[in-house]
Design a binder for this molecule. Structure first.
Ligand SMILES: [Zn+2]
Length: 310
């Protein structure tokens, strides 16, 4: 599930516990989440707790490639439930839940021109690299610090030989948004700008892909997080944060939030460190008990309608 590692890497990073840390490949991102979920369900069974209507466990294996196969299912199931708890890990520094994450999109530009001898007949060619360069430059200022929107061109490729006018050129940009409506705006802007070509004979195709929506904090998710914080404080005597500012990466939980007013809260998993690193991925052993307790108690209180906001 959800791994970026290649075959054989486990040999160099086997599971082991040293002090307060449990090391292992993918243990923080996201084996811990799978473990917390399955143990939470086992605890509910051991307690013979059956007061919920439907308790759905969804584990998808395509998260690291932006969930192309599970997006639609995540959105549908999110709309069918009173609350969604997602189990990405929490930070080792701050024991906190997450209410907001960035949306991540990609822009792909494909330019088709016409090859010709660069020395003897360049005028018979259509230089795809020139058109691509023009497009990149006229779409380099679309970031907007006010809304947190970021768009940066990061990859490009063109040409086959030095002495051939390039017939094809491609480029890709990384886009980050904090609100779903910002997707509409940036997509419209790039579709508008791309129409202005340097070389009319070149064929320019633009693809805007919303690879992951942003998760936005709502009154309902803030209320659900408050309930979790209360359980942590009253029953475990521990502080628990709830971050409503998006930082860095995206989350699959955002797909679950697209067609519902119900709360969607992220980072119910263990405190961990070192995702995607080759030698130091671990979870904090001390976070296992409180997080298992929290997840179990949350399911019980959501089922009993005690959490408000849903
Ligand atoms: Zn990951």
């Amino acid at each position: 599930m959800d791994t970026v590692y290649t075959i054989g890497m486990l040999n160099r990073q086997p599971f082991r516990i040293e002090g307060d840390k449990a090391y292992g490949l993918g243990i923080s991102d996201d084996k811990q989440g799978v473990a917390v979920i399955t143990h939470t369900v086992a605890m509910l069974q051991a307690l013979k707790f059956k007061e919920y209507g439907t308790l759905t466990v969804l584990i998808n294996g395509d998260e690291e490639i932006s969930s192309p196969g599970s997006r639609a299912l995540l959105t549908r199931l999110g709309g069918e439930h009173d609350a969604v708890m997602s189990f990405e890990g929490a930070s080792i520094k701050d024991d906190k839940l997450s209410l907001a994450t960035a949306g991540i999109a990609s822009v792909t530009l494909n330019v088709t021109g016409k090859a010709s001898h660069a020395g003897s007949a360049p005028e018979l060619g259509v230089n795809a690299l020139y058109e691509l360069s023009h497009q990149i430059l006229q779409m380099r200022d679309l970031s907007d610090p006010v809304t947190g929107l970021k768009m940066n061109w990061t990859i490009s490729k063109s040409g086959s030989n030095r002495n051939v006018i390039p017939a094809a050129a491609t480029a890709g940009a990384d886009v980050r948004v904090l609100k779903v409506v910002d997707y509409d705006r940036i997509e419209q802007q790039v579709n508008e700008r791309v129409k202005k070509q340097l070389i009319p004979e070149a064929k320019v195709e633009l693809k805007f892909e919303r690879r992951r929506p942003p998760l936005e904090a709502t009154a309902a998710s803030i209320a659900l997080a408050k309930h979790a914080q209360q359980i942590y404080k009253d029953e475990l005597g521990r502080p628990l944060g709830a971050d409503d500012k998006a930082v860095g990466g995206g989350t699959d939980a955002a797909f679950a939030s697209l067609k519902t007013k119900a709360p969607v809260v992220e980072r119910f998993g263990l405190q961990g460190f070192g995702a995607h690193s080759a030698d130091a991925e671990y979870v904090l052993v001390d976070s296992i008990e409180p997080r298992l307790y929290l997840a179990t108690r949350m399911v019980m209180d959501i089922a009993r309608g005690k959490t408000g906001g849903n």
